[in-house]
Design a protein around this ligand. Structure first.
Ligand code: SF4
Length: 357
């Protein structure tokens, strides 16, 4: 069964070529895209405007892989977290965040994450594997279908489990499939890719025809501080990262978002705020302050609201666009940096300790 290719991870041109080589007209690829991506139909038998012969040939050649919903939890604020099982049994999480101001799907790009950011539960899992393009696209299809939103507009943020630029080719292919006009037609303007700054791939992103909005997980204002909080900084430093941001082609009326998780007595001082202003000088930037979502195993605390407001005020007074993110879904552990699958939670205390050390 597994050597049949996943049709849902093929770009339109690949599907056209495959149909042609099977002796069928290329235009059926568009119909297939509509069935799978626009209507969420994954059983060839249900694709009623395709001939019987074609349907049975497709079922012999291809399969359509869709992550299974293991659990669905809705927070008091409407945020809904989905625990999804992949074909090999690995678990990932995807989150629906309503009205922010648009509806947003927060999706994962890897099982676990290799980046080991000091304040992030997913980072404690380590990297288990990359997601395939089909699994990335499949999360969107599952959420849209489960929530009755296949015909609705929604935004996509790549801010779930994993570092998207560490799984570059699969992520970009998934975005091209999601953007195809014959499928869900998600415009790049409605997609935000969040990265800690895997620099070679950030440079590649700058040349992509499908260019999502960019969010940089900055979180620190000195090299030493960032080395500690975001360890990839030891390889691609803060200065190089910000230079790459200065070169990044930002469209008119758009800005690069800089995410800054606020940690009490670590990076929340007035001096940090003033340094942040200086660092972002010359970049079309907006800053998103994220007071930490405290969690067991994370050795940092959330600053007081007064501290967060003072920090925001310093940025705003110096002309930066700044927002303080109201954390969503905290009661169901769906908030930023809190995605960690049950399999990791179910580890023994000794195993968990091993991961934390
Ligand atoms: S914050 Fe993002 S990049 Fe860092 S460890 Fe967590 S998931 Fe990975």
């Amino acid at each position: 069964m597994f050597n049949r290719h996943d049709l849902a991870e093929m770009e339109l041109s690949e599907l056209e070529q495959a149909l042609e080589s099977m002796g069928h007209p290329r235009f059926h690829a568009r119909q297939l895209y509509q069935w799978v991506h626009k209507r969420g139909v994954t059983d060839f038998a249900g694709m009623t405007d395709l001939g019987r012969d074609l349907r049975s040939a497709l079922a012999t050649e291809f399969r359509i892989v869709t992550p299974g919903v293991v659990q669905r939890e809705t927070s008091r604020d409407g945020t809904t977290k989905f625990l999804l099982r992949l074909e090999d049994g690995q678990l990932i999480e995807s989150v629906f965040i309503p009205d922010t101001p648009a509806n947003t799907f927060c999706i994962s790009s890897q099982v676990g994450c290799a980046m080991k950011c000091g304040f992030c539960l997913t980072g404690k899992m380590g990297i288990i594997r990359n997601l395939t393009p089909g699994e990335i696209v499949g999360q969107v299809r599952v959420l849209a279908r489960e929530l009755g939103m296949l015909q609705s507009r929604f935004n996509i943020v790549l801010m779930g489990m994993g570092e998207p630029l560490h799984n570059y080719d699969a992520v970009m292919k998934a975005l091209r499939i999601l953007g195809d006009e014959h499928g869900l037609a998600v415009s790049p303007r409605r997609v935000t890719l969040s990265t800690v700054g895997v620099l070679p791939n950030l440079e590649r992103l700058a040349t992509e025809p499908f260019m999502p909005n960019l969010a940089i997980s900055l979180h620190a204002t000195t090299e030493d501080q960032r080395d500690l909080l975001v360890p990839i900084n030891r390889k691609y430093g803060l200065k190089e990262l910000l230079d790459a941001c200065r070169r990044f082609p930002v469209k008119r009326r758009e800005r690069i978002t800089f995410e800054y998780v606020m940690l009490k007595d670590v990076n929340d001082a007035d001096e940090d705020a003033r340094r942040l202003v200086r660092l972002l000088n010359g970049i079309k930037a907006k800053v998103n302050l994220l007071p930490l979502n405290e969690a067991a195993g994370i050795p940092y605390e959330r600053p007081s609201d007064a501290r967060v407001n003072r920090f925001a005020q310093i940025l705003a007074e110096r002309g930066l666009v700044v927002s303080v993110r109201k954390s969503r879904g905290r009661d169901i552990r769906a908030a930023c940096g809190q995605l960690i699958t049950e399999s990791a939670r179910e580890k023994s205390p000794a195993q968990r300790l091993a991961v934390l050390l």
